[in-house]
Ligand binder design. Structure first.
Ligand SMILES: NC(=O)c1ccc[n+]([C@@H]2O[C@H](COP(=O)([O-])OP(=O)(O)OC[C@H]3O[C@@H](n4cnc5c(N)ncnc54)[C@H](OP(=O)(O)O)[C@@H]3O)[C@@H](O)[C@H]2O)c1
Length: 477
């Protein structure tokens, strides 16, 4: 598979590498459809030797390919997003990535892969900041009912940043008001989310430090500011916050660790670390990723707006350069992996499987026609003696691509109805079992696997074993 390695600069190198094996029974192997990006993706390789030449991407949106033995919520074919564990191998800048099951969540059908890739790391950072560090009321048990207006001001400094934007939405869900949001070029974007009828405001930091501090004080109307999320965490933002934060236990949580020179006596600070959800805050990550999925499905939680950087993995360098130059303004840079130059073609079923059928009102004609054309194309290629535009992989290639896993065919049903399950490439974690005893269902599987096509001829060799291994896989699910 293709993988992008990031070095100081950022320099990005695209290499061929084996598909990863599952690091643990609690891991999921995901075929990445879209990768997101974060400032740390260039910062860590820039700053630390150990992070040089690594696949530093952590935001995954894709399709479950293989699950570990302890995974109970996901199965191959599921559309998922995940937060890859930072500074570990097999991140999102690749065709396949791994993630822990507790930091993986289902993508609701109203959310595209592009949107989903904008969520995991930044949204979870805001969760750790608001609910662990600041200890704000949980969204499911706000201080007062939703009909009432709370009087707990919260300052979100950098509300148009990815972390600030998600923090803003969670704070709304926790019924925190007034929300005092500091933003600049993207301030109108932020204004579209706040509730000005409840005292929420946007303050423009570009007017300078004095005007920013004045704007925050005006919004406070004499109330004490006890809570602040500093999603910028530069000396300038902290200095401004120090001017408005209560000196009677006011608490600011930062997203970067640096000398806290500006703070005054009686003001507290903490440093938010999203990596906690892969350490001692696993349950927080587990609960909130599922809550995010619910919020997305119900519509009260929105993905950040996205900009698709062209070229797939070839776009990683530009995305990271733009992040480094501070060009991202209320936007998340994402890349579609299938746009990567030189990908092994021959997985038309993957393209069918990953095609994003968002159920919009216009689905009926346009998307149905697209689906039909794709299905016809696949059917034609399977049955025609003419060379298929994108031939399926041979068994040898498939096994090579599966690395230490085993080539198999996919015999589950969580697929679009126009896709023959027997033709789906699949790698399984366990060794193939001996051929099963002949039962009606085993016969059916075998006859599907024996269909005349390049793929069937290739994968069909593994077909007998596939039936057994597939059945075990089904048991696990
Ligand atoms: N500790 C952790 O676990 C953790 C996790 C995630 C991120 N981070 C860090 O948190 C920071 C934010 O990350 P991100 O992904 O949210 O960044 P981002 O989306 O790329 O941030 C860009 C946004 O920052 C805003 N901004 C820039 N300077 C500002 C200022 N002086 N005052 C107010 N807003 C300002 C810009 O606002 P306008 O466009 O409106 O002008 C822009 O929308 C980064 O330093 C990142 O490394 C830390």
């Amino acid at each position: 598979m293709k993988e992008a390695l990031v070095s100081k600069g950022p320099q990005v190198e695209i290499v061929n590498t084996p598909i990863p094996s599952l690091p643990s029974p609690d891991h999921i192997l995901i075929r990445v459809v879209v990768t997101g990006t974060n400032p740390k993706d260039w910062k860590l390789p820039d700053l630390y030797e150990q992070d040089a030449r690594t696949n530093s991407g952590d935001d995954i949106a894709g399709i479950v390919h293989t699950v570990g033995a302890n995974v109970f919520e996901f199965k191959p074919g599921d559309r998922v997003a995940a937060f890859h564990e930072m500074r570990t191998p097999h991140g999102s800048f690749a065709e396949y990535a791994v993630a822990w099951q507790h930091t993986t969540f289902h993508i609701p059908s109203n959310i595209s892969f592009e949107e989903a890739a904008a969520l995991p790391l930044a949204a979870m950072t805001s969760v750790v900041g608001l609910y662990d560090r600041l200890g704000l009321p949980q969204p499911w048990s706000p201080e007062v009912s939703r009909d009432e207006v709370t009087d707990i001001p919260l300052l979100i400094y950098g509300a148009s940043s990815a972390v600030g934007f998600y923090g803003l939405q969670f704070a709304l869900r926790s019924n925190m008001h007034p929300l005092i949001c500091v933003a600049g070029s993207a301030k109108e974007y932020v204004r579209g989310f706040i509730d000005e009828s409840k005292g929420d405001v946007v303050v423009d930091y570009r007017d300078g430090p004095e005007a920013t501090v004045e704007g925050i004080k005006r919004a406070l109307k004499g109330r004490e500011l006890k809570y602040a999320l500093d999603a910028v965490s530069l000396p300038e933002s902290l200095d401004n916050i120090a001017e408005v934060l209560s000196t009677d236990g006011g608490h600011v949580t930062l997203v970067l660790g640096h000398p806290k020179k500006g703070l005054k006596e009686g003001q507290k600070y903490s440093v938010t670390m999203v990596g906690d959800v892969h350490n001692d805050h696993r349950d927080l990550g587990y609960v909130y990723f599922r809550y995010i999925a619910r919020g997305l499905a119900e519509g009260w939680f929105k993905p950040q707006r996205v900009e698709v950087v062209p070229g797939g993995l070839g776009g990683v360098r530009k995305a990271l350069e733009d992040l480094k130059k501070g060009r991202a303004s209320g936007v998340k840079y994402v890349m579609r992996i299938e746009e990567t130059e030189g990908l092994v073609k021959g997985d038309r079923h993957h393209r069918l499987l990953t095609h994003n059928f968002t159920p919009t009102p216009t689905f009926n004609k346009i998307q149905f026609t697209t689906a039909l054309l794709l299905a016809l194309q696949a059917t034609f290629a399977l049955t025609s003696s003419a060379p298929a535009p994108a031939a399926d992989l041979s068994t040898a290639q498939l096994e090579a691509e599966c690395g230490s896993l085993h080539a198999n065919t996919y015999n589950e049903t969580a697929l679009p109805s126009d896709v023959d399950p027997a033709q789906i490439r699949h790698c399984v974690e366990t060794p193939p079992a001996p051929p099963p005893r002949k039962t009606p269902s085993a016969n059916a599987t075998a006859s599907r696997a024996a269909r005349p096509s390049t793929a069937a001829a290739g994968a069909g060799t593994a077909g007998g074993a596939a039936a057994g291994a597939g059945a075990r896989g089904a048991g696990r699910r």
